[in-house]
Design a binder for this molecule. Sequence first.
Ligand code: SIN
Length: 486
Amino acid sequence: MTISLQDPTLIKTQVYIDGVWVDADSGETLPVTNPANGEVLALVPRCAAAETRRMIEAAARAQSEWAKTTVKQRAILLRIWYNLMLEHQQDLATLLTAEQGKPLAEARGEVLYGASYVEWFSEESKRVYGDTIAQSSSDKRLVVIKQPVGVVACITPWNFPNAMLTRKIAPAIAAGCAVVCKPANATPLSAMAIVELAERAGFPPGLINIVTGHTAAIGAEMTSNPLVRKVTFTGSTPVGKQLIAECAQTVKRTSMELGGNAPFIVFDDADIDAAVQGAMASKYRNAGQTCVCSNRIIVQSKIFNEFTAKFIAAARQLKVGDGSQPGVTVGPLIDVSAANGVCEMIDDAVAKGAHVALGGGRSALGGSYVEPTILTDVSKDMRVFREEIFGPVAPIFRFDSEAEVIAMANDTEFGLAAYFYSRDIGRVWRVAEQLEFGIVGINESIISNEMAPFGGVKESGSGREGSKYGMDDYLDIKYLCMGGID
Ligand code: SIN
């Protein structure tokens, strides 16, 4: 083990079932590797359906008691958990960089971002309201109450191993649910550390469980077990579709945060420097591995050359390397196969006539490092227009009219985030209303925070995380019809 933490007991290498840390029934393990150098950081249990089933059963028992707690009791425990996350920010960030690769400064930011969901939902737990409805006849009274959904399975990705989990667990717990969590096998250590902090915060056994191992077997148990009432997933659209299909058999509720293909539009009336800064932040954050990263930069003809020159100059300043090292701004991709996939997309664009204005492929560091790349002379038949790139590659497209760019932006099955830069107030409203996306950044590319609803339309998914809407995904509506009043 080569991760050096102030509190080494945050490194957990077992799964957490009903308040106890245990190995896989089979004793088998999976390696967790550092994408910066391929080094094995830890071995975690390779569990399957049986362990998952025990967790679900423990969660069902815990949930029936937890649902009886007052919202104030839930809020207090969530707040203690939040404080522990802040107290251990540096260690959580060190773990995150080691297994995920993002620069340490970004990892520290993610820990705060993840914790902010816990703080937010500790507060929101007190703001769950029902309704009274006008009576349909004089002897009846109609009332709506909200109740926890029950046991929730949370399946999370490797790109934000901390924040994607807290933004599912926190509203679930606040609403009175219990959870069984399956983090990505590539990055389980961050998730296990925050579950360890949940145990220290004092959540009862069984309320929060975490499993690692055989993804298909664990997923199948989660989607088929009737005790699980909801599955919440962040990840790719193909996997999301498969989970929805599996959940249909027992008619579970689902929340799906799936893929994106964000347009980043710069109109000729924009503040170009602000647009360049926005594009840099949105494209190269986490080496381009976020669902809301700008995928297609689309610039109006009149300012195309100026924007492109400034964007290239800014991207030249990026430093690729091991995220734990000072000054590094672009870490490795999650693994070599991800880097191969991104390089293949660059090659596809070049073969179809794209010009490489910066970078162009694998970094001299080799392995899973990809150079920050900018492509011009790009067209809609290239994979970089149609597919989610998930790497540090920025194709810059050109457009002439507002109608043309709206059609281009919406020409995708995805609908998560979109961005545009303009100082014309009329255009701002027109474009914002016509973009078919769940999130629209206007003269701003950092759009994620715990107070705002995160989620998409079309094949980017359903449901919202964070904000006052985020709690609804974990609550059932129950209508009470009281008769015999007269
Ligand atoms: C994601 O990539 O799925 C999440 C990004 C964010 O929360 O900003």
